[in-house]
Write a protein that binds this ligand. Structure first.
Ligand code: NDP
Length: 257
């Protein structure tokens, strides 16, 4: 029960990696504040967390994190209900395909708005509480933040920014004993790519290709990323800060030859 008495705020909890993280942490005793946009999905994940948990309280807060008042409300309501915040998991994010020749400034702003600016804003709001609790942050970045891939330019840039933010914040907050780390998943089976524009057939092909683009011969599952997030958020990682941990079946280590 590594997280009993810990209050954890998870964004992107209504789907994919965030939902898996919420369920895992509930099972390990965390008191959760879950954030997402789609209220029905968030409610379903909350029910799953309640089943996995030990009767600890649960809070769900819907909102669009690119809207400043929604982000403010999220932190306010969490701290109001629980009186503290120990861990912030910044998981909410989007992907859009496109190169420099095909990505509009609107798309660029949309990607940066949720993948970077909203994380920055939420972090600003959460830091005083994390300092008080000597807590930690886990950012959900991507292998795209540490390796270059064509045709995802703005997404790649957003994740590289998140990784550098992780390192810089780790140094800024270390004097307060607040740790800041990131996980860098490879392809993980969620809604991300389909919401980013791949239809069913293209997504099937993409997953098939993941067998060769990941050294371990397959894409990852949300639970596998959640396990790494839970590790970094736990006291077992007490001496780890500023790290970007690939959870990508070895993809980051691969080079064409
Ligand atoms: P999903 O699309 O399944 O989940 C994305 C989550 O982010 C949802 O809960 C969604 O809320 C939330 N979200 C998106 N935009 C906003 C917003 N403006 N305000 C509030 N919440 C928002 O994708 P994943 O679970 O895969 O993605 C989670 C993170 O993992 C992302 O940061 C992604 O970049 C990263 N990642 C994913 C990989 C993959 O292959 N799946 C690989 C590497 C990194 P709602 O559904 O309620 O709209």
């Amino acid at each position: 029960m590594a997280f009993s008495s810990k209050v954890v705020l998870v964004t992107g909890a209504s789907s994919g990696i965030g939902a898996a993280t919420a369920r895992l942490l509930a099972g390990r005793g965390a008191t959760l504040a879950l954030a997402g946009r789609r209220a029905d999905n968030l409610q379903r994940v909350a029910s799953e967390c309640a089943e996995a948990g030990r009767g600890q309280p649960l809070l769900t807060i819907t909102g669009d994190l690119t809207r400043e008042p929604d982000a403010e409300r999220l932190v306010e309501q969490s701290v109001q209900k629980y009186g503290r915040l120990d861990v912030l998991v910044n998981c909410a994010g989007i992907l859009e395909l496109g190169s420099v020749e095909t990505t509009s400034l609107q798309q660029y702003d949309r990607l940066m708005g949720i993948n970077v600016r909203a994380v920055y804003h939420l972090t600003m709001l959460a830091v005083p509480h994390l300092v008080a609790a000597q807590g930690n942050i886990v950012n959900v970045s991507s292998v795209n933040g540490i390796r270059a891939f064509p045709n995802l330019l703005a997404y790649n840039m957003s994740k590289a920014a998140l990784d550098h933010m992780t390192r810089c914040l780790a140094l800024e907050l270390a004097p307060h004993q607040v740790r800041v780390n990131a996980v860098n998943p490879g392809v993980t089976v969620t809604e991300l790519q389909k919401r980013g524009g791949l239809d069913e057939a293209a997504y099937e092909q993409f997953l098939e290709r993941s067998r060769t683009t990941h050294a371990l011969g397959r894409p990852g599952q949300p639970d596998e990323v959640a396990a790494a997030i839970a590790f970094l958020a736990s006291d077992e990682a007490a001496f780890i800060t500023g790290a970007s941990l690939p959870v990508d079946g070895g993809r980051h280590a691969m080079c064409p030859r």
